[in-house]
Design a protein around this ligand. Structure first.
Ligand code: 7RM
Length: 676
């Protein structure tokens, strides 16, 4: 035990030394700043920052990395990249630990500062966790993992609802160099097993049950079912979220019980900048979800800097991002960004309508939240209940309102601004992806703060260089143009690869427009040079801000023995934004089509997740296909969105009479579903 303890102290002493020298530096920095050095003021202004980042991104991020993070060894090379090979590496030679950056340095300075406010499912039962307590919890959890044979480089799945233990689990992995993969606790056993097997996880960390909107979610049961198919799993760590009894299996470990037995000191594993920090599965247009890989230093720096600047973070701010930790928004803006910046971050366990549609705003009042970050789908849902649910709560603590995950419509933006923000908060529509690691386009920061155009993401973040391409791969210059949204240069937060399949990474992001990162989205650039994201260009759906490939839903449905063929497309929805619309072909002489459609819905829920279940299932005799046999989803979209008079180019369509046939089936379907 002696050796590691000495190492820890050594590490802490070095940290302290560095913090002191930083403070000295910061002091002189501030002194010269206030002595009205106008050039320095210009350097630190959004315009100055943007200009420096544009001039030399490597130098810009390199100096920020030195200033903002605590290093065990400094980096020698800012960035090396080659988009033709799909590579970008940042801060080479640098060594650090992410958990030390998120916990130890704050615990040392201000141990009693609140790190987490766990806004539990029942309103008014919140629990606060200080930086000292979170460090203690993280170290105990890390030691429990180690005691059970989990070591640096191993992968561990986290299947938990938003809670302090889930955050501690992520940071415990980071502390000992284990790669975590958080799986959203709404995914089915089959989805969980797929992710565990793809990344060959050694363990799962879960809870006996979850609690959301007053309803119980059987997490442990789902894990038990999943791990039956996962030979790599050696341990299942189970935390006790509810009082229900845990049915123990041989590889199960009671998490809290074990944590109480181990030391609260855990020496951090010192990691290289480019070692893997976590992977997170996300849907693409083809195949199974991809394990998007993020690394240590670049990801952490980018999450922290975007968090600080887009949300105008002040010391002592209480940051409220209501995303689940199972999505990238939860990783970057519930956990890593806010904790690296040492602020207080809210963990929201409930739903926007529990116990009533005032929940968000009641929480804002009770916790005095300063920045509130949510998805447009929730706003669209809440605005339907009227303004009273908002107005009865005091929202004077709010300064910035953020939106993420999907395009925000004008009505929702205006309601957010006028009603929630009383016309005095800045609304930031933030565009980014699992692959970008952090916000890439947002109205803030800017010199022209007042100049915000409703419902558009507007400005590239420091060092982000967006370009729009036409179909032929030519760069579109100037304003008032639309095209495929690409990014021309690397940034520290970008994904490094797809776990176990770098070739797929290249194909998905760097092949369509050689030399550029292709986002999969299309965008419009205004005359003033601002960006508006217009939607996905590929077969990826966005249901309530959650990504899903149409191919995944088709693959699940294709397993039904009575269904030889399916095609899924996106269909607009008032609240969810988009839903899945499935066209299915049944085997001849199938007796009860309605039974089959019901079974298909169940298959999708059990193979993927409930949110993936198609809202519409239409039985057709056949699908529109090209002469070479490819399904023409474009035509299906036209048929259901009323564009039948303009079907576009149908010269490759095998048999044009299929259009009238499907249209007929669709008219019948509408007649039977009056709410359609
Ligand atoms: C953060 C996140 C990414 C996809 C992305 C877009 C869509 C996200 C916006 C948006 C319009 C926005 N990651 N998207 N933010 N579209 N305006 N502000 O959502 O990987 O799950 O999804 O989401 O299509 O490519 S994600």
């Amino acid at each position: 035990m002696a050796a590691p303890t000495t190492r820890l102290f050594f590490c802490l002493r070095r940290q302290e030394r560095r913090l002191i020298s930083w403070r000295r530096l910061w002091g002189s920095f501030r002194a010269s700043f206030s002595s009205s050095s106008s050039s320095l003021r210009r350097e630190l202004s959004p315009g100055g920052m943007r200009e420096r980042a544009g001039r030399d991104p490597g130098l810009f991020w390199g100096s920020l990395a030195r200033e903002e993070l605590l290093w065990e060894a400094p980096h020698h090379t800012d960035c090396q990249w080659d988009f033709a090979r799909g590579t970008a590496r940042w801060f080479l030679g640098g060594r650090l630990n992410v958990a030390v950056n998120c916990l130890d340095r704050h615990a040392q300075h201000s141990p009693d500062r609140v790190a987490l406010i766990w806004e539990k499912d029942e309103p008014g039962t919140e629990e606060k966790v200080t930086y000292r307590e979170l460090l203690d919890m993280t170290c105990r959890l890390a030691n429990t993992l180690k005691k059970n044979g989990i070591k640096k480089g191993d992968r561990v799945a986290i299947y938990m609802p938003v809670s302090p233990l889930a955050v501690a689990a992520m940071l415990a992995c980071a502390r000992i160099g284990v790669v975590h993969t958080v799986v959203f606790a709404g995914f089915s056993a089959e989805s969980l097993a797929g992710r565990i097997n793809d990344s060959e996880c050694k363990a799962v960390i879960t809870c006996n049950q979850g609690l959301r909107g007053g309803r119980i979610i059987e997490l442990k049961k789902t894990v038990d079912e999943a791990v039956k198919k996962c030979p790599s799993i050696k341990r299942v760590f189970v935390a006790q979220r509810t009082t229900s009894k845990i049915h123990m299996r041989s590889h199960d470990v009671l998490l809290e019980e074990e944590m109480a037995k181990v030391s609260s000191i855990c020496p951090p594993e010192i990691m290289d900048s480019e070692d893997m920090l976590f992977m997170l599965y996300t849907s693409g247009s083809t195949g199974k979800p991809k394990g998007i890989v993020h690394t240590q230093a670049g990801y952490l720096l980018y999450a922290a800097i975007t968090h600080k600047h887009v949300f105008d973070l002040k010391q002592d701010d209480i940051f409220g991002c209501v995303a689940d930790i199972g999505w990238i928004t939860g990783h970057s803006y519930v956990v890593y960004g806010p904790l690296c910046n040492g602020c207080t971050t809210v963990l929201f366990e409930s739903t926007p309508v529990y116990p009533d549609p005032g929940r968000y705003w009641e929480t804002v009042e009770r916790l005095k939240i300063n920045q509130f970050y949510c998805a447009p789908t929730a706003l669209r849902l809440l605005l339907k209940y009227g303004d009273e649910y908002v107005k009865k709560y005091d929202r004077s603590s709010l300064t910035i309102l953020g939106s993420v995950g999907e395009p925000i419509n004008h009505e929702a933006w205006q309601w957010f601004y006028d009603v929630v923000g009383d016309g005095r908060c800045t609304v930031v529509d933030t565009w980014w992806q699992t692959e970008t690691g952090g916000i890439c386009i947002a109205p803030r920061p800017s010199e022209k703060e007042a100049e915000i155009i409703p419902a558009i993401a507007m400005r590239p973040f420091y060092g982000i260089n967006p370009v729009l391409m036409d179909e032929k791969g030519n760069i579109l210059e100037g304003g008032d143009v639309s095209g495929a949204l690409c990014i021309a240069q690397p940034w520290p937060g970008m994904a490094r690869t797809i776990y176990g399949d770098h070739q797929r990474f290249i194909e998905a992001y760097f092949k369509t427009y050689p030399g550029y990162y292709f986002t999969g989205d299309s965008a419009y650039r205004t005359k003033e040079g601002y960006y508006q994201i217009t939607g996905r260009m590929d077969d990826v759906l966005n249901i309530s801000g959650h990504r899903l490939g149409t191919a995944e839903i088709e693959d699940a449905m294709d397993e039904h023995p009575a269904v030889p063929e399916t095609a899924v497309i996106s269909y607009p929805h008032d609240i969810k934004g988009e839903v899945a619309f499935a066209f299915i072909v049944l085997k001849e002489h199938t007796a009860h089509p309605e039974v089959v459609t019901k079974e298909l819905r169940e298959i999708v829920a059990s193979k993927i997740a409930k949110y993936a279940v198609p809202d519409h299932v239409l039985v057709v005799k056949r699908l529109p296909k090209t002469r070479s046999g490819k399904i023409m989803r474009r035509l299906l979209r036209r048929i259901v969105t009323g564009g039948v008079n303009d079907m576009g180019d149908i010269t490759t369509l095998d048999d044009p009479s299929v259009i009238a046939e499907i249209l007929d089936a669709f008219e019948n379907y509408k007649a039977k579903h009056p709410t359609f």
